[in-house]
Structure formats: structure tokens, C-alpha cells
Design a protein around this ligand. Sequence first.
Ligand code: KG4
Ligand code: ZN
Length: 331
Amino acid sequence: MLTLGIESSCDETSVAVVRDGREILSNIISSQIEIHRLFGGVVPEIASRKHVSAILPVLDLAMEEAQVSLDDIDVIAATRGPGLIGALLVGLTAGRGLSLATGKPFVGVNHIRGHICANYLTHPELEPPFVGLIVSGGHTYLIHVDDYIDFTLYGKTRDDAAGEAFDKVARAMDIGYPGGPVIDKLAKEGEETYSLPRVMLEEGSWDFSFSGLKTAVLNELNRAKQRGEAIRKEDMACSFQRAVTDVLTEKTYRLVRELGEDKIVLAGGVSANSGLRAAMEARGREEGVAVYYPDPVLCTDNGAMIASVGYYSYRKGEEANVFADPNLGLD
Ligand code: KG4
Ligand code: ZN
């Protein structure tokens, strides 16, 4: 079965063709990062306009690279949420329009579930159940993946998402946008010399909170400024990244123990982080837990993960969700 996947929830316009939810025939991604970098973050109106101009050329390229025509496609899937409303509507309208014109079935899918599916594209042998950690620019979810599209939610962030914390800290340090990749690179050259908090919240909570950590970094930056000292950027990046990865790793392994699982699946933009991957894998070797994460290009937003979740949603008979929902969650 061939699925066409369309993603436009934030700042990537992407269309992909995927076979049986697992095999990528094409995955064209047009990123708007260069434009939003000028503003230090995603500007919604600019994002919507860029999606409008990119969607058809990206669709054409995806069909061309997969060497298929619309006739060959069995299911059309597009992200219906969460995301920026104007941005979502572009991909969703394109998908629904194609569906109406061709008579092919359409599924509107949940972007967050799509991030998990990026792992099925990278690891052909991977199957649920497992413990999942979705860490992206907009979301932080600790879940149990019961089945391909049935998730049980355990924890989420109470304030900033993990990726958002990376982006805000990088912005405060004036080292570039998006912050995650820049901090990841700098951290490799630094030492953990700044003492930053690990916010675990109250006993028994699976939730996360990153705003206190962000404030602690801002306080360090202000203190250095008042003293007329320069901040050691590599060391700050390293200290911040360790504080984030310590909390993510600790809570994920607690859930693994609680549920008696032996697999952890990382997903979302922050799952590209080398420190997080290393910490999760080191702990996995000690505890006999296998750790999975997507290929780098599949960690951030892409159409292939949407095609994959579209395939599994369609197989389960989920066809009705055609409306955009900017606040769609996992609960
Ligand atoms: O999944 P994604 O493309 O967007 C959302 O659905 O939100 O993730 C983007 C986020 C950004 O916050 C970016 O800074 C972060 O992922 N990111 C990283 C790395 N690469 C991307 N964070 C930490 N380390 C990285 N290597
Ligand atoms: Zn995403």
C-alpha cells in the first residue's frame, strides 16, 4: 500500500511517498529555517505564505522521485495538528483537495504520533510495545506505545518543551537559531562547569519542567554580565545539555522499570541530540534496554513520518479526522 504524506505544521513543507508504512520511496523537505532565523523564531504568517508557495513544487518532486503517479497512491495523509493553524491548513487543504479530485481515501493525522513512526522507517524490525520519549520544539511527552497508534500518556511538560528550552537558551546566549544543533555542537567542546538544576518535580510525577532550568541559565548569564565577565559558551552549552538529558534519561528509565519494558524509542527534533543519545544508550547497556532513535533527517519534521502514521491510522479505520486542530495533544 502506498501512502502520500503531507507535513506543514510548522516551518517545514514536506511531502513523501511511503510503502506499507515502513519504506521511503521519496521524502522531499523544503525548510524555511533560513527565513525564520532572521527573526530568531518561527513567524506564523511568513510560515503560512511559504507553505503556500512550496506545497505544489514539493508534491511534484515527491511524486517524481518516487516514480509514481497519483493513480498509484492508495491513501493520502496530512498533519491535522498540533501546529500553527495557518500552516496546518495549507497541507491539510492540499491533501483533502487531492483526495476529492482522485477519490482516494484521506486521513488527517496527529503530528506527535508521526514523530514516533519516524522510527519504523529507520528500524524495519521495530514493533510496539515500548516506552517512547517525544522531545521536539513544541512537545515533550513520555508515553507507553501500546500499539501502532494506541498510546498511553504518562508525562508531559508543564511549561517549555525540551526543544523550546534549547532554542530559548541559545537565543539568550546569542549563538544562533535553532538552538538545539548549535548547543549540541558547542557542548562537545565544553565541560560541565556550571551547576544547573535537575527539575524532577514532586515524588511520583512523570511530568517535566524546563523553565526553571532556562531561568537558571539566564541568571548565570546576567551575573557574568554584571561582573563584566565573559560566559564560557562551550561550558554553558555542556552544562545545560547535561541538565536536560539527565532529567529526560532518569524519568524515561523510571518508566521502563515501572512497566517492565525493554525498549526505549526516542523521537522529535531533540532526539537528534548526541548527548541525549549517548546518555540513553550508556544507561541501556547497564540495564539491558535497547534504545532506538530515527535517522537524523527523520528526527525533525518530515512527510515520511506523516505517511507512516497515516498508513497505520488508515489500517485501524481512522478516516474521519479531516479538520485542523492546532492544539491536538496525546491525551
Ligand atoms: O520535531 P521538530 O522539527 O519540531 C517540532 O515538531 O516541534 O523539532 C525542532 C526542535 C527545535 O527546538 C530544535 O532546536 C531541536 O528540535 N533540535 C535539537 C537538535 N536538533 C534539533 N535539539 C537538541 N539537539 C539537537 N541536535
Ligand atoms: Zn515535529
